[in-house]
Design a protein around this ligand. Sequence first.
Ligand SMILES: [Fe+2]
Length: 283
Amino acid sequence: MKSLSIERHADSGDFPLAVISECGGLKFTEENGLDRAWALGIFYLEFPESLDLESARSFGQTLLEPGSPYRKIPQFGDLEGFIALQNNQQTKLALRRCRWDQYYPAEIATFGRSLDIIGVAIIREVLAQSGIPQSCWGQASGGYAVGEGTAFLNFVHYDTRTSCEGLRPHTDYGFVTILDATKPGLQVEVNGAFIDVPVRPGCLAIHFGEALRYITAFSDRCVSAVRHRVLSQKASDSVRSGIVYFANPDLDGKLVQFDVHGQQKCRSSVSDFFGLLERELTQ
Ligand SMILES: [Fe+2]
C-alpha cells in the first residue's frame, strides 16, 4: 500500500516537502513525507531564509558571458574547473570546497558554506533515521556528516547548440545533491518511467545519491538513490541554468557500512566506489 501511495503522489508531481527547522534539523511538512522521500530519493526543501540565493544565481548568469574570467579557470582532474561534458548539453564551473575561497567570489564561497550546513543537516537526519550509532557517522560518511569530507559547488548551463540530451540518465555518486533550477527539464525515474519534477518556487530539489544508499544499506532505514535526467533543451528555450551542490565523502577516504549495532559490514575506498559507478555509467 505504501508504494502505491508513493507512486500516486509522485506521478502527479507532488513530491514531499521539507524545511530546515529553527533548531537546524530537517522536518517534513506532511506525515508520510519522510517515508516517501526515503523511498523516492528526492524531495523539495524550502529555501532557508539565511541562503543568499539571488547573488549565487546572478554569479551563475555571469558565466554565460564569453569574456567571463571564471570560464578560464583551469581543469583540475576530470571533476573540477570549467568543463563541457561529452554527449550532454551541460557545461559547468565545478569546484570542490577546498578551492572555493581561492576561485569563487567571497559571497559565493559563503553561499557554499551555507549549503554545507544544509547538506550536513540532511545526512544527519538520514543517519539518525537509519539507527546507525552516532559514534559511527563520521567514519561511515568519509567525514561528511561531521563537517569534513568534501563538497562540490557547481554552476551549470545547457548549451543548446548541441542536440544531445540535457543530461543523460544517471544516479548521483555522492550522498546528497542540492539543486536550484529555475527552468523545467529535470525528470526522475519512478517504477521504470521518467516523470517531471516541476520547478517549485521557493524550493530546492534534494536528491539522494549512491554513497548514501551504500552507507545505509545494512541499517534500519535504507534510502534510495534517485535515477534522473535532464531533457534536451532547445535553442528556442531560454537558457536553463542551475546551481548544484554535491555532498561527498573525502575523495581519498573510505565509505563504511555499519549496522544498527555499530558493527562494520563492509567498506570501500571512495575512489573504487566512484570508479565502479563511472564504469557503469559509461558502458
Ligand atoms: Fe545528477
